[in-house]
Design a protein around this ligand. Structure first.
Ligand SMILES: [Zn+2]
Length: 274
């Protein structure tokens, strides 16, 4: 099997057509004709991740976040992205980033988040048709197996998602009952209105900032609608994708390829003082 075949399989699983307009997922660098025996996974293509991928002898690194978010003209080793790229190129390791296409795809980050949280019958918040026989689109909304308080849901989220120093914080009445849950893996404050329209009791996402969150809570007060917010770390909202990704890639590519989730924590936050 060549890198080309592995990349084609990833493209089938997480079609690039599902990406947002501003996003540039795909094969970032690497030789498609290289033999592909080892594939490793990480959330972010950081310098440490690139080093680890090279040390392990990976032929392909699959990340959720892209290496470059904006147009780039220079990638010297004094630039962090340039340094990561140079480690990967020296090791002969290709890099394939899947981003908003993985968020939207069936068995992508949002569905993996629902699976961890026990959210059943989840459907996209922003539907984009059927892909690989299942509904695709950003976000998911579904139902918990049983009703619980907002506080219990926030604590359960903290327990079931990867441990981070941020944990989980909530906005709203901690005693209110929640059953219908909307989620958006990654930064979700641009989806407040869509989450509101789903009729969910609570919206769980990450990277919520003061003004958008406060405006949303004020909107709830003004409209008389009860709804909670749960904010978890960006890292922990997306990392559960690897529960699915390694299993699904193994199923597609078979035993000839060795897979590994790199043991590098790329959450930038390391301490919290509360
Ligand atoms: Zn993200």
């Amino acid at each position: 099997m060549k890198v080309r075949d592995a990349v084609a399989a990833l493209e089938e699983m997480y079609p690039l057509d599902l990406k947002e307009d501003w996003d540039y997922p795909g094969l970032v660098l690497g030789n498609l004709e290289r033999e592909c025996k080892k594939i490793c996974f990480a959330l972010d293509p950081t310098i440490d991740v690139a080093k680890e991928a090279g040390k392990w002898g990976a032929d392909l690194l699959v990340t959720h976040h892209p290496l470059f978010f904006r147009a780039v003209h220079l990638i010297p080793s004094t630039d962090p992205h340039g340094l990561a790229a140079s480690f990967l190129l020296q090791a002969g390791c290709a890099l394939r980033a899947g981003h908003t296409n993985v968020d939207a795809a069936p068995r992508g980050t949002n569905e993996a988040l629902c699976a961890r949280l026990g959210i059943l019958k989840a459907l996209p918040i922003d539907p984009e048709g059927i892909v690989n026989g299942a509904p695709a689109g950003l976000g998911r909304v579904g139902e918990l197996e049983r009703e619980m308080s907002l506080e219990e849901f926030a604590k359960m989220s903290r327990e079931r998602l990867p441990k981070t120093v941020q944990g989980a914080r909530l906005a709203g009445d901690p005693k209110m009952k929640v059953k219908r849950v909307a989620v958006m893996s990654g930064a979700g404050d641009s989806f407040f209105d869509k989450a509101f329209q789903t009729g969910a009791d609570v919206y769980l996402t990450s990277d919520l900032r003061h003004h958008p969150a406060l405006d949303f809570m004020q909107k709830l007060e003004a409209t008389g609608r009860k709804m909670g917010l749960v904010d978890v770390s960006h890292f922990s909202s997306e990392f559960p994708w690897f529960d699915f990704a390694l299993k699904d890639v193994k199923e597609r590519l078979g035993e000839t390829v060795e897979l590994r989730l790199l043991d590098v924590n790329t959450d930038p936050w390391t301490e919290a003082f509360i």
